[in-house]
Design a protein around this ligand. Sequence first.
Ligand SMILES: [Fe+2]
Length: 174
Amino acid sequence: MKPRRRRRALPLATLVERAQCVADEVRAELHSVHADVHERWHTRLHHDDDVDVWLISWTTEQGTQLHGHGGSSGAFTVVAGELAEAVWDPVARELGEQERRTGDAVAFGPGYVHDVRNVRAGTAVSVHVYSPPLERMDFFDVDGPRGEEHLVRLAHVWTDDPEIAYPGELRDAS
Ligand SMILES: [Fe+2]
């Protein structure tokens, strides 16, 4: 039996470079982009032992649940439009809001927890790279009084699909 190849993450700089390279391909219309207001559209453009690459579109108000990437590192870049990203800061123990504009690129390690949403009128398009290829998605909520907030892991799903829906009922934020 062939031994399973050890999973390793490529350097973050390589992941950013890869995301930007594929974003250039999208801008050159080498990949078709669709948008679906009922379900966030996404397609995997590449997969090998080290990395997988996804192309995602976000219509207005489409977004994720707060999530981690199951131990994968990654990078993403905005090809068109703008995305709002909430990133969990484990030191400040709070979610920090960031605007990611066209051309912006973000790299992250395996502990990264974030929530991405399109709050603008136009459709946004982004390229996401994961290394090693995604195997698990973790879903979180933030709990606790202000200043003492902490992450609560709600669920994990073994999947290679970064856009899989959170499998449970979301808590009422009110
Ligand atoms: Fe993510």
